[in-house]
Write a protein that binds this ligand. Structure first.
Ligand code: GCO
Length: 450
């Protein structure tokens, strides 16, 4: 048995996102988001599910905060629904929306839970999509306005900020692969969208500094690790592209002020390139205070000219998979963290990590031992990376509770707390009690949990 101790000020948390948990989509003046539209388009979301009710956290947030308190987390990562703050994206401010987040954030603070706020976790106001979404620079300016409203209202109260959650998903999953809202399948659109959000990120960070907000700000990419199937140059290059697609494509502009040339060349061969205007790259390249990393899985990649835009196929190496089909490989997290050192040893938070394990309630209990195993393995890798001297400041499990899993609807469950979507009853799972123990001890013990 080995004991892994964590530093005193380590942030232990969980993460959620507004559209996935809040429900109350028609309440208190909230505008429509692209996810409302997408979820109601037949064939886009499994079972025709949508976020109208979700976990109803908009109404049950006190119960949820009581659960957080019981769990013992000192940090909670949540996102704000832009359409609650500015219903049409760019017009009137909705006081009722601000009031909700004030009540919510005050309650967190009252319970000694640090609010860690994501400004954009995908619920773009539909009115902005109607003018071209992130491809239109009016959307970029509207985001800066929205973020200014948030900074002015919550600056000082909220000390930890993230501009964008998972730029790869916003650009490519949503606009090249078409799986998420708004569902485009066009590389040029994807590159424009990616560029738009980078620009919005840079301008928002500039605004944060200009206002002198007491707090820290950064961005949270999702990064998948890829290991080449063979030593062939082609396999290695395919995996390099795969990693860079998630990481370098967004982080090179943020940290270095340029897109990675080999990826620009690659996309240009496919006939597309981002619409970079003079001054854009300088605007994007603003010093940030921390980096959030969302990590779930690793690939073994092989060059295959039919393997999508990157010409890479992921091989099935027989790894254990979670119920959503993603291979479990915790060492990928360690590799990702080291890979990102090329951008400097910046304060880093694991802003999401977790497993889809669909075990249900049996006799009042949820014995999700596979989730415990997943979390434990990944936390050990975080600890390893910290031992190497990396500035890892916190770990936030995805997710506090089961919720609306985007295109998968409600069938895929990532929560430490089970949610019965008919009764909305919350039942803490075994993993909840396991995590509670880790947090209470501030160390992790690795005897085999299975
Ligand atoms: C994400 C997502 C979450 C997902 C999780 C599991 O940021 O991709 O933030 O919303 O639910 O990743 O797929």
């Amino acid at each position: 048995m080995t004991i892994f101790k964590f530093p005193k000020d380590f942030k232990w948390g969980t993460a959620t996102a507004s559209y996935q948990i809040e429900g109350a989509t028609q309440t208190d003046g909230r505008g429509t988001s692209i996810w409302d539209t997408f979820a109601k388009t037949p064939g886009k979301v499994f079972n025709g599910d949508n976020g109208d009710i979700a976990c109803d956290s908009y109404h049950r947030y006190e119960e949820d905060i009581a659960l957080m308190k019981e769990l013992g987390i000192n940090t909670y990562r949540f996102s704000v629904a832009w359409p609650r703050i500015i219903p049409d994206g760019d017009g009137e401010i909705n006081q009722a929306g601000l009031d909700f987040y004030h009540r919510f954030v005050d309650k967190l603070i009252e319970n000694d839970i640090e609010p860690f706020c994501t400004l954009y976790h995908w619920d773009l106001p539909q009115a902005l999509q109607d003018i071209g979404g992130w491809e239109n620079r009016r959307t970029v300016d509207a985001f800066v306005k929205y973020s200014e409203v948030m900074f002015r209202e919550f600056g000082g109260k909220i000390k930890f900020w993230l501009t964008f959650n998972e730029p790869w998903c916003i650009a490519f999953l949503s606009n090249l692969l078409g799986n998420h809202a708004p569902g485009n399948k066009d590389l040029q659109v994807a590159l424009n969208v990616g560029h738009g959000i980078l620009l919005a990120h840079g301008k928002s960070v500039l605004k944060f500094r200009e206002l002198g907000i007491d707090g820290k700000i950064g961005i949270a990419p999702n990064v998948e690790w890829s290991v080449p199937y063979s030593k062939s140059v082609a396999d290695q290059a395919a995996c390099n592209r795969h990693i860079a697609w998630f990481a370098d494509w967004f982080l090179d502009p943020v940290f270095k002020g340029s897109y990675p040339q080999f990826m620009l060349d690659w996309f240009e061969e496919a006939g597309a390139k981002p619409d970079v205007q003079p001054g854009d790259m300088e605007t994007i390249c603003q010093p940030i205070d921390h980096l959030g990393i969302n990590y779930y899985t690793m690939n073994v990649g092989r060059y295959n000219p039919d393997g999508g835009i990157l010409h890479m196929e992921s091989l099935d190496m027989g790894l254990v998979r979670t119920d959503i089909g993603w291979p479990v490989e915790s060492r990928g997290l360690y590799e990702v963290l080291h890979y990102l050192q090329k951008y400097g040893n910046i304060d880093t938070y694991i802003t999401e990590n977790g497993a889809c394990i669909n075990d249900g309630v049996v006799n009042g209990e949820v014995k999700d031992y596979r989730r415990i195993s997943y979390l434990q393995q990944h936390m050990v890798q975080v600890h390893r990376a910290m031992n190497d001297g990396l500035n890892l400041k916190g770990y936030m499990a995805w997710s506090l509770m089961d919720n609306f899993e985007w295109a998968e609807g409600y069938r895929m469950r990532f929560g430490l707390v089970h949610v019965d979507y008919r009764s909305l009853v919350r039942t803490p799972k075994e993993s909840f009690y396991w995590y509670q123990n880790v947090i209470r001890n501030n160390w992790l013990e690795t005897k085999d949990v299975l």
